[in-house]
Structures are given as structure tokens and as C-alpha cells.
Design a protein around this ligand. Structure first.
Ligand code: ADE
Length: 233
């Protein structure tokens, strides 16, 4: 994938760290970072200008970005990061992880010249809040997508067996040693060795947690089936 930004080091430094660093080194993940300023054609290397019609702040100019977008390293689809985009979720992360590549476009300042938005195949937001720029949003999209790629996580089942996996339910609670901390004990069923019972308990926990914390997800998946109601009893 490729990223267009005026802060290439923000993306590069992050990609050199931790899980992403290992994935890049092992060539499971290849990210090309394009510095928007290298596509400017004036001595000041300007990338922003005041909006027509007035108003506060500066806009990201269309021309350097449109030039960057015709670079051969730019792979379709082109995805602009913007608070006006569709809210990024796990379904998007899965869809992106199955693509051969894509390009993320980071804005700064008060936003993009609208002609940049028009050139994007789609716009994604990482939530209903406004960041100072698209770089953190791009990193969120990269990490959520990259961890779904084969070999990036140590344990291949961990990306499957988790919140939002396929059924829009949150993850079940998990415990490790010790068995008890100040009276807070690990649920007996997990110590029983009965895998059928453990699976049943975990599924019930996923349902309860989702109903408690994210009723919107229950609504999105069309409620709870009769069989699930049975598991809850
Ligand atoms: N740029 C600024 N705010 C953003 C957001 N919430 N999501 C994606 N890109 C952004």
C-alpha cells in the first residue's frame, strides 16, 4: 500500500515499531510513503492555501496532491482520510486486507480542496471527532488491516477469535494466573476442563457483554436468535 502525507516520518517511524515493524521486516507488509512536498513546483514547496470565499484556516491545495496521485507508486483504490468519510470498521479492515494494494491520502489543515475529495475512490473517517490531520487515521487503518494479513500476528487464530469477527459480537472475558486476586476468582467453568461447557459459557459472555456495552451491534446483526436465547439460560 502507499501513503501520501506531508509528515512521512510519522508513518515511517510507526511502521518501524512493534508488530508493524516485524511485518515490514519480514516483507509481509509493504508500505510506500510519498512525501507530498516532493510534488510541489514552487520554491516554498507550498501545499496549503486560503479558501476561496473566505473562512478560517488553510486548505490542502489540489495540484500537488493530484500530481502525487498520478505517481506510478499510487495503487487504486485511493482512500482519503477525512471526518466526512464513512466510519471505518472491522468489515472495512477485512475488505482492505484482501486487496492487492490501496493508497491512503492524509490531509492537514482545515481540510482538502474539494477536487482532492472528488479524485478519491472513497473517504474513510476513524470516528466522529476531528484530528489535526489524517496521519493518525491512516495508521489506524494500516494497523487494523495489516494485522489481518497472513503471518503478521503470531497466532493465526487470534485475528479470527475476537470482537466483531464475523457475528458482530464482542470478545468474551479472559483470565490468566493467578486463580484469585483479593477474592476476585477465575470463573469455575474455565477450570473444569470441559471444552463444550467452556465454549458455551464464552458464547453466552459474548452475548451478554454486547447487550450491555454495544446494544447498537445487537441491532445491526438483527437481534438474538432463539438458539442464542437458549445459551443465555
Ligand atoms: N482527519 C481529521 N479527522 C479525521 C477523522 N476523524 N478520520 C479520518 N481522518 C481525519
Amino acid at each position: 500500500m502507499s501513503v501520501i502525507t506531508i509528515f512521512p516520518q510519522m508513518i515511517e517511524q510507526y511502521l518501524a515499531s512493534s508488530v508493524m515493524g516485524r511485518a515490514t521486516k519480514r516483507e509481509l507488509l509493504e508500505v510506500t510513503v510519498l512525501d507530498l512536498r516532493s510534488f510541489t513546483d514552487d520554491p516554498h514547496r507550498s501545499i496549503d492555501d486560503a479558501p476561496y470565499g473566505g473562512g478560517p484556516g488553510m486548505l490542502m491545495m489540489a495540484e500537488p496532491m493530484l500530481r502525487a496521485l498520478s505517481d506510478p507508486r499510487v495503487v487504486a483504490p485511493v482512500i482519503g482520510l477525512s471526518p466526512i468519510g464513512k466510519t471505518f470498521d472491522q468489515v472495512d479492515a477485512r475488505a482492505l486486507s484482501s486487496l492487492a494494494g490501496f493508497t491512503l491520502v492524509c490531509g492537514r489543515y482545515e481540510g482538502f480542496d474539494a477536487r482532492i475529495e472528488e479524485r478519491c475512490d472513497r473517504l474513510l473517517s476513524i470516528g466522529d471527532f476531528v484530528l489535526a490531520g489524517g496521519e493518525l487515521a491512516a495508521l489506524v487503518v494500516i494497523e487494523a488491516t495489516a494485522r489481518l494479513l497472513e503471518g503478521v500476528l503470531g497466532n493465526e487464530t487470534s485475528a479470527k477469535d475476537e470482537s466483531f469477527a464475523d457475528d458482530l459480537l464482542l470478545e468474551y472475558p479472559q483470565y490468566t494466573r493467578p486463580r484469585e486476586i483479593d477474592g476476585a476468582a477465575v470463573p469455575e467453568v474455565l477450570l473444569s476442563g470441559d471444552h463444550g461447557e467452556v465454549d458455551r459459557w464464552r458464547y453466552a459472555q459474548r452475548l451478554v457483554r454486547t447487550m450491555q456495552h454495544r446494544p447498537d451491534l445487537i441491532e445491526r446483526r438483527g437481534g438474538i436468535s432463539e438458539k442464542e436465547v437458549e445459551i443465555l439460560h
